[in-house]
Design a protein around this ligand. Structure first.
Ligand code: 9WN
Length: 457
């Protein structure tokens, strides 16, 4: 039987179908997000997948994270895609011949034997490793799972904190919208508008072979994604450079940083399990939380916003002593709610976030079934276009944890029930219309299945 407040039991049809999705998408060493649209291994997808997979096979969940971290670069970065060499090059764009990791990334320590992208994704991995360990501590200890993961995860966090604090205020910046994982969120419109798009004829989008164009980012978005990625590559994937295109796009994002903080706390638990105290890591996570509130919280709007470091209208010197100050981007995205995940958030901040979630911009418990990716009242809102309105299951999973952590138990229970119902009803869609739950994008999507399984346990 499942948790008492859920209709769907742990061993019922929803749970069986979710496990089947994960079995179908398993390649032998990792899980693809979706065999058609995303036929390789993605970084934050794998972390979410491992969190669900631990209930089906703790061993496979460990392998999922081990495979990803085997592709870690010498400088500590964990690439956002690890390519499967047996998949044809034209199955996904940008393919390995675009990123050229083993040559262009040589100075940054890219692996020689496996091909990867050169950008990153949100650091959910230490949190996932800790949850995977807890699902079967005996197996984890017998395999030395955490002992092998710890130095890699520590190097990953070090990379982010040392190489990516581009604003000098203690937070991590993303240098590409793909890094933050919510590719075409309206928060990126202003910072992206300063990027000259690569000509449309210089690349071929493979995503449109599988997804409806009106549900995906536009060609203009893609031109800008390609330009930014190509310039980062041509600069040898060096961070903080000032060459052509260097640092053109640098944004401090609330969700990315909140996930780093949650993972830093998890790393403290891992350190403790391995015999250290973990105190320094908890303290660092608290300092990061304070920086997050100082730099990205807007008390009047009661939510977090992205900071665009190169906003020309930003306050302060473009390159002051602590880095460019930039300005907050006035777009309400679900990313600005994700910090609710952090138990150490000041009480008034957490209470404000819960009010915003329930209010007219996100409509939780009133207008919407799941949390929309963007402001229901925002000018750019579109209930079907990717990260510009649809509801995604990973963000609802994170917010369910946040609501629970801050005592909003009834809201958490209702959201949990909605995630399970909408996921099963959409055949584990990639994203859904936030009002109706109608499926958009791929179905049989791995993190939707995995996180549903997790909520059923
Ligand atoms: C680019 C795999 C990934 C997710 C992202 C999601 C989407 C890729 C794409 O798919 O991005 O990385 O091709 O659109 O936005 O969050 O990790 O599921």
């Amino acid at each position: 039987p499942g948790p008492p407040h859920l209709g769907a039991p742990r061993t019922g049809p929803a749970s069986r179908r979710a496990a089947q999705v994960l079995a179908d998408n398993w390649t032998g060493s990792s899980t693809v997000p979706s065999p058609g649209l995303y036929p390789h291994q993605w970084s934050w997808d794998s972390a979410f997948v491992a969190i669900g997979l631990r209930h089906v096979s703790p061993r496979r969940a460990q392998t999922e994270l081990e495979t990803l971290l085997d592709a870690q670069w010498g400088d500590g970065r964990v690439p956002h895609i690890v390519f499967n060499p047996s998949v044809p090059l034209d199955a996904y764009f940008p393919s390995p011949d675009f990123w050229r990791s083993s040559t262009a990334g040589r100075a940054a320590g890219a692996p020689r034997t496996v091909q990867t992208s050169g950008i990153v994704q949100p650091p959910v991995h230490a949190l996932a490793a800790w949850l995977v360990h807890r699902a079967d501590p005996g197996l984890s200890r017998a395999r030395g799972f955490l002992g092998r993961m710890y130095p890699r995860l520590a190097a990953w966090h070090r990379y982010l904190l040392h190489r990516r604090d581009l604003g000098g205020g203690g937070l991590v910046s993303v240098v590409h919208p793909w890094e933050q994982g919510m590719d075409n969120a309206p928060s990126w419109d202003a910072p992206l508008s300063r990027v000259t798009p690569a000509p449309a004829r210089s690349f071929r989008r493979a995503d449109l072979d599988h997804g409806a164009p009106e549900d995906r980012p536009t060609d203009l978005d893609y031109g800008r994604y390609v330009r930014l990625a190509a310039e980062y590559r041509d600069g040898g994937y060096r961070d903080g450079g000032t060459g052509p295109g260097g640092g053109e796009f640098a944004v401090e994002d609330p969700s990315f940083n909140a996930l780093l903080i949650a993972s830093e706390h998890a790393l403290a638990h891992i350190a403790h399990e391995l015999g250290a105290t973990g105190t320094a890591r908890h303290a660092r996570a608290e300092r990061l939380t304070a920086a997050l509130v100082e730099r990205l919280w807007d008390p009047a709007e009661e939510m977090f916003f992205c900071r665009d470091l190169h906003d020309p209208h930003g306050s302060g010197d473009r390159h002051g002593p602590r880095g460019p100050a930039g300005a907050l981007v006035p777009e309400r995205g679900v990313s600005g709610l994700v910090p609710l995940l952090l138990p150490g958030l000041p009480r008034e901040v957490a209470a404000g976030l819960v009010r915003t979630l329930r209010g007219p911009h996100f409509g939780l418990g009133t207008a919407t079934r799941l949390v929309p990716s963007y402001d229901l009242r925002g000018e750019a809102f579109d209930p079907h276009r990717y990260w510009r309105g649809p509801a995604w299951f990973n963000t609802s999973w994170l917010l369910e944890r946040g609501l629970r952590a801050h005592g909003a138990r009834a809201d958490a229970d209702a959201l949990r029930r909605a995630v399970v119902d909408v996921a099963a009803g959409s055949d584990f869609a990639e994203y859904v219309d936030p009002f109706t739950g109608e499926a958009c994008g791929a179905t049989g999507f791995s993190w939707t299945a995995a996180l549903t399984l997790d909520l059923l346990h």
